[in-house]
Design a protein around this ligand. Sequence first.
Ligand SMILES: [Zn+2]
Length: 98
Amino acid sequence: MKKFCSKCYNTFDINIMTNIDFKNNFYVCPTCLDKIKKSTPREYTEDEIRENLLKHFWFLIEYWEELPNKTTSEKMSGLLHSVLATLDGASADIPKNR
Ligand SMILES: [Zn+2]
């Protein structure tokens, strides 16, 4: 089963036991999971924030598009909520303030 990685947005074969990001309920590929474990925290640059924001929006489209048993209206409402939550700083992928 293919899934989108919530960090790098590449597709990868899912392995539920090792690749789920429990905190955000999104999936993380093995490469990003490894990076997360090894990384030391630092601030994002402006370019990185801009790029991450755009990638995150594309990811949100895929995420809501793939959800089963939802009407188009529910998916679009969900997408809008996710976008607004991201802009409000609720997403773990986008830093609130620099
Ligand atoms: Zn990844």
